[in-house]
Ligand binder design. Sequence first.
Ligand SMILES: [Zn+2]
Length: 257
Amino acid sequence: MNRSATELPLQDQLYAYFELDQRVRAMRARLDAALRRRDAQQRKLDQLRQAGDELSAQFKTAQAHAATLENEAASIDQRVNAQRDKMNSATSNKEYSALLVEVNTLKADKSKIDDAQLDAMAKVEALTAETDGLSEKIRAQEKLVEGATREVGEAQTEVGGKLAELEAERDAAAQPLSPEIRKTFDRLSHTYDGEAMAEIIEQDRRRMEYTCGGCFTLLPVESVNALITKPDQLTTCGTCNRILYVSKDLRESLAAK
Ligand SMILES: [Zn+2]
């Protein structure tokens, strides 16, 4: 254990880095999942709140419209009453008839406004019910966001310190690797979602049949031999390009042969 990392064969250096990277990824995945869940719940809440704002604007318009109609109806009532007073003091039939025509016209207008007012009131009521329903949904969604935010906090507490430690360890393990090898590793890691390396799997020792643990293709004997005899060389799968490695047990039993 006191041997410095730079003294280890390349294969072991790479595997140490790979293993730490895997652990970092697994830990980060837990945190990322919690963050994704919270973001999704927050997006839903934002959408509901936006719908709430739109509904509230509609409600205000509908209420203002209903109030305008109410004022118009009241003003027509006043005018009808005024004309009726004039009719009571009319001095001729002609004057009386003229006033009556005016009153009837006003009454017809009033009837239209009454209908419109009923429609407007119904709309206000419907919007009130809709607003209540939406408010309830928003409250429920706020609880979901709260819960998801708590889970993020828990994941951060649980993972946070350990993750930073592990990341530092992984970065230290990357130190002895050359920039070219790091580049190859990172590119494969990106392609295979963190699975830059693949273990070789023994299918049949007598017939020297080994497959790539990443893509399950049969490996040429030379690749297997290179892994055992040239631990300072990068050996990759000819099919999927993943960097191959041999488990300690298999290496020992093959070396003993
Ligand atoms: Zn492969």
